[in-house]
Design a protein around this ligand. Structure first.
Ligand code: FES
Length: 220
Protein backbone atom coordinates (compact mmCIF):
# COMPACT_ATOMS: atom_id res chain seq x y z
CA UNK A 1 0.00 0.00 0.00
CA UNK A 2 1.24 3.51 -0.83
CA UNK A 3 2.09 5.68 2.13
CA UNK A 4 -0.34 8.51 2.91
CA UNK A 5 2.34 10.96 1.80
CA UNK A 6 2.60 9.28 -1.61
CA UNK A 7 -1.19 9.22 -2.02
CA UNK A 8 -1.38 12.97 -1.40
CA UNK A 9 1.75 13.63 -3.47
CA UNK A 10 3.70 15.34 -0.69
CA UNK A 11 7.02 14.74 1.00
CA UNK A 12 7.17 13.01 4.41
CA UNK A 13 8.30 16.25 6.03
CA UNK A 14 5.29 18.25 4.79
CA UNK A 15 3.80 20.52 7.44
CA UNK A 16 0.11 20.66 8.42
CA UNK A 17 -0.69 23.43 5.96
CA UNK A 18 0.89 21.56 3.06
CA UNK A 19 -1.02 18.42 4.02
CA UNK A 20 -4.34 20.26 4.08
CA UNK A 21 -3.61 22.01 0.76
CA UNK A 22 -2.60 18.72 -0.86
CA UNK A 23 -5.70 16.96 0.48
CA UNK A 24 -8.05 19.63 -0.85
CA UNK A 25 -6.45 19.43 -4.27
CA UNK A 26 -6.32 15.63 -4.46
CA UNK A 27 -9.83 15.05 -3.11
CA UNK A 28 -11.21 17.25 -5.89
CA UNK A 29 -9.23 15.41 -8.56
CA UNK A 30 -10.19 12.01 -7.17
CA UNK A 31 -13.92 12.65 -6.77
CA UNK A 32 -16.03 10.50 -9.12
CA UNK A 33 -17.84 13.61 -10.35
CA UNK A 34 -14.51 15.05 -11.46
CA UNK A 35 -13.24 12.02 -13.38
CA UNK A 36 -11.81 10.05 -10.48
CA UNK A 37 -13.07 6.77 -9.06
CA UNK A 38 -14.66 5.78 -5.77
CA UNK A 39 -11.56 3.76 -4.90
CA UNK A 40 -9.21 6.67 -5.60
CA UNK A 41 -11.46 9.06 -3.69
CA UNK A 42 -11.53 6.72 -0.70
CA UNK A 43 -7.75 6.27 -0.83
CA UNK A 44 -7.22 10.03 -0.67
CA UNK A 45 -9.62 10.40 2.25
CA UNK A 46 -8.02 7.48 4.09
CA UNK A 47 -4.53 8.91 3.55
CA UNK A 48 -5.58 12.29 4.92
CA UNK A 49 -7.29 10.71 7.92
CA UNK A 50 -4.16 8.69 8.70
CA UNK A 51 -2.03 11.83 8.64
CA UNK A 52 -4.56 13.64 10.82
CA UNK A 53 -4.35 10.71 13.26
CA UNK A 54 -0.58 11.05 13.61
CA UNK A 55 0.79 8.69 10.95
CA UNK A 56 4.59 8.99 10.77
CA UNK A 57 6.92 7.90 7.94
CA UNK A 58 7.66 4.20 8.36
CA UNK A 59 4.59 3.41 10.46
CA UNK A 60 3.03 0.11 9.36
CA UNK A 61 0.04 0.25 7.09
CA UNK A 62 -2.85 -2.24 7.42
CA UNK A 63 -1.52 -4.71 4.82
CA UNK A 64 1.81 -4.78 6.63
CA UNK A 65 0.33 -5.59 10.05
CA UNK A 66 -2.51 -8.07 9.59
CA UNK A 67 -2.86 -8.54 13.33
CA UNK A 68 -3.84 -4.94 13.81
CA UNK A 69 -7.44 -4.18 14.60
CA UNK A 70 -9.25 -3.11 11.46
CA UNK A 71 -10.10 0.56 11.55
CA UNK A 72 -13.62 1.49 10.56
CA UNK A 73 -13.44 3.58 7.43
CA UNK A 74 -15.50 6.72 7.25
CA UNK A 75 -17.90 6.61 4.36
CA UNK A 76 -17.02 9.09 1.62
CA UNK A 77 -19.44 11.93 0.92
CA UNK A 78 -22.23 11.03 -1.41
CA UNK A 79 -20.99 11.59 -4.96
CA UNK A 80 -24.01 13.79 -5.60
CA UNK A 81 -23.28 16.28 -2.81
CA UNK A 82 -23.38 19.80 -4.26
CA UNK A 83 -19.95 21.01 -5.35
CA UNK A 84 -19.43 24.71 -4.67
CA UNK A 85 -16.86 26.78 -6.52
CA UNK A 86 -16.27 29.97 -4.55
CA UNK A 87 -14.67 33.35 -5.08
CA UNK A 88 -13.96 36.16 -2.62
CA UNK A 89 -15.81 39.39 -3.47
CA UNK A 90 -12.75 41.41 -2.45
CA UNK A 91 -10.92 39.83 -5.40
CA UNK A 92 -13.53 41.31 -7.75
CA UNK A 93 -12.84 44.75 -6.34
CA UNK A 94 -9.08 44.29 -6.67
CA UNK A 95 -9.32 43.21 -10.32
CA UNK A 96 -12.12 45.51 -11.44
CA UNK A 97 -14.41 42.54 -12.13
CA UNK A 98 -18.20 42.55 -11.75
CA UNK A 99 -20.74 40.05 -10.45
CA UNK A 100 -22.39 40.41 -13.85
CA UNK A 101 -19.30 39.26 -15.76
CA UNK A 102 -20.38 36.09 -17.57
CA UNK A 103 -16.84 34.70 -17.46
CA UNK A 104 -16.16 35.73 -13.87
CA UNK A 105 -15.05 32.31 -12.66
CA UNK A 106 -13.05 31.64 -15.82
CA UNK A 107 -11.17 34.88 -15.20
CA UNK A 108 -10.64 33.87 -11.60
CA UNK A 109 -9.25 30.50 -12.70
CA UNK A 110 -6.89 32.20 -15.16
CA UNK A 111 -5.68 34.63 -12.48
CA UNK A 112 -4.01 31.83 -10.49
CA UNK A 113 -6.00 32.73 -7.41
CA UNK A 114 -5.58 30.44 -4.43
CA UNK A 115 -7.49 29.42 -1.35
CA UNK A 116 -9.06 31.06 0.59
CA UNK A 117 -9.96 33.51 -2.21
CA UNK A 118 -10.85 30.89 -4.80
CA UNK A 119 -11.50 27.18 -4.63
CA UNK A 120 -14.05 24.40 -4.26
CA UNK A 121 -15.69 22.27 -1.60
CA UNK A 122 -18.57 19.86 -1.24
CA UNK A 123 -21.62 20.67 0.84
CA UNK A 124 -23.03 17.96 3.06
CA UNK A 125 -26.82 17.79 2.70
CA UNK A 126 -27.25 18.57 6.40
CA UNK A 127 -25.10 21.70 6.35
CA UNK A 128 -25.74 25.30 5.46
CA UNK A 129 -23.27 26.81 3.03
CA UNK A 130 -21.58 28.66 5.91
CA UNK A 131 -21.21 25.44 7.91
CA UNK A 132 -19.77 23.64 4.89
CA UNK A 133 -17.25 26.44 4.35
CA UNK A 134 -16.18 26.25 7.98
CA UNK A 135 -15.87 22.46 7.88
CA UNK A 136 -13.49 22.92 4.99
CA UNK A 137 -11.38 25.35 6.99
CA UNK A 138 -12.62 28.67 5.61
CA UNK A 139 -13.45 31.64 7.84
CA UNK A 140 -16.29 33.26 5.93
CA UNK A 141 -17.97 36.32 7.51
CA UNK A 142 -20.95 35.88 9.82
CA UNK A 143 -22.46 37.39 12.93
CA UNK A 144 -25.98 36.28 13.90
CA UNK A 145 -26.11 32.89 12.11
CA UNK A 146 -29.86 33.33 11.94
CA UNK A 147 -30.71 35.34 8.82
CA UNK A 148 -30.90 38.71 10.56
CA UNK A 149 -27.69 40.65 9.88
CA UNK A 150 -26.50 40.04 6.23
CA UNK A 151 -22.85 39.65 7.27
CA UNK A 152 -22.83 36.22 5.64
CA UNK A 153 -24.33 37.31 2.30
CA UNK A 154 -23.18 35.54 -0.86
CA UNK A 155 -24.08 35.87 -4.54
CA UNK A 156 -25.19 32.76 -6.40
CA UNK A 157 -23.65 33.26 -9.83
CA UNK A 158 -24.61 29.79 -11.04
CA UNK A 159 -26.70 26.99 -9.56
CA UNK A 160 -29.72 26.80 -7.30
CA UNK A 161 -29.77 27.90 -3.66
CA UNK A 162 -33.30 28.44 -2.37
CA UNK A 163 -33.81 31.17 0.18
CA UNK A 164 -35.82 30.36 3.34
CA UNK A 165 -38.97 32.41 3.83
CA UNK A 166 -37.74 34.37 6.83
CA UNK A 167 -34.66 36.58 6.46
CA UNK A 168 -33.60 40.19 6.23
CA UNK A 169 -32.90 40.42 2.48
CA UNK A 170 -35.33 42.50 0.41
CA UNK A 171 -36.87 40.94 -2.73
CA UNK A 172 -34.74 42.97 -5.14
CA UNK A 173 -31.58 41.38 -3.71
CA UNK A 174 -32.94 37.83 -3.64
CA UNK A 175 -34.01 38.31 -7.27
CA UNK A 176 -30.37 39.13 -8.05
CA UNK A 177 -29.25 35.84 -6.51
CA UNK A 178 -28.12 37.21 -3.17
CA UNK A 179 -28.47 34.66 -0.37
CA UNK A 180 -27.54 34.30 3.29
CA UNK A 181 -25.04 31.49 3.72
CA UNK A 182 -25.98 30.93 7.38
CA UNK A 183 -29.48 29.74 6.53
CA UNK A 184 -29.24 28.37 2.98
CA UNK A 185 -27.32 25.82 0.94
CA UNK A 186 -27.10 24.93 -2.74
CA UNK A 187 -29.32 22.13 -4.03
CA UNK A 188 -27.92 21.88 -7.55
CA UNK A 189 -25.05 19.53 -8.35
CA UNK A 190 -22.75 22.49 -8.92
CA UNK A 191 -22.86 26.09 -7.82
CA UNK A 192 -20.67 29.13 -8.30
CA UNK A 193 -20.72 31.40 -5.26
CA UNK A 194 -19.15 34.78 -4.53
CA UNK A 195 -18.74 35.16 -0.77
CA UNK A 196 -17.83 38.12 1.45
CA UNK A 197 -20.59 40.12 -0.19
CA UNK A 198 -21.00 42.40 2.82
CA UNK A 199 -18.72 44.83 0.96
CA UNK A 200 -21.30 45.21 -1.84
CA UNK A 201 -23.01 48.60 -1.24
CA UNK A 202 -26.59 47.24 -1.45
CA UNK A 203 -25.70 44.63 1.16
CA UNK A 204 -23.52 46.76 3.41
CA UNK A 205 -26.36 49.20 4.03
CA UNK A 206 -28.37 46.33 5.55
CA UNK A 207 -25.59 45.12 7.86
CA UNK A 208 -26.20 44.89 11.56
CA UNK A 209 -22.90 45.30 13.41
CA UNK A 210 -21.23 42.07 14.38
CA UNK A 211 -20.72 43.45 17.87
CA UNK A 212 -24.41 42.82 18.50
CA UNK A 213 -23.85 39.10 18.30
CA UNK A 214 -21.69 36.97 20.57
CA UNK A 215 -19.87 34.72 18.10
CA UNK A 216 -19.08 37.12 15.27
CA UNK A 217 -16.44 36.19 12.75
CA UNK A 218 -13.02 37.74 13.29
CA UNK A 219 -12.98 38.84 9.64
CA UNK A 220 -15.04 41.95 10.52
S1 FES B 1 -24.83 35.56 9.87
FE1 FES B 1 -26.38 37.04 10.10
S2 FES B 1 -27.65 36.77 8.39
FE2 FES B 1 -26.21 35.18 8.27
Amino acid sequence: MESPFDVLGISPDADDGEIVDAYRERVKEAHPDQGGSTAEFQAVKTAYERLQNGYEPGDPLPEESPAADPEPEEAPPEPDDPLVEFLNFEVLEDHGWSLDDEDLFEKAADANLRSPDFGQFYVDPNDTLLEAAEKNGFAWPFACRGGACTNCAVAVVEGEMPSPASHILPPDLTEKGIRLSCIAAPISDDAKIVYNLKHLPEVSELLLPASRFEQASSTD
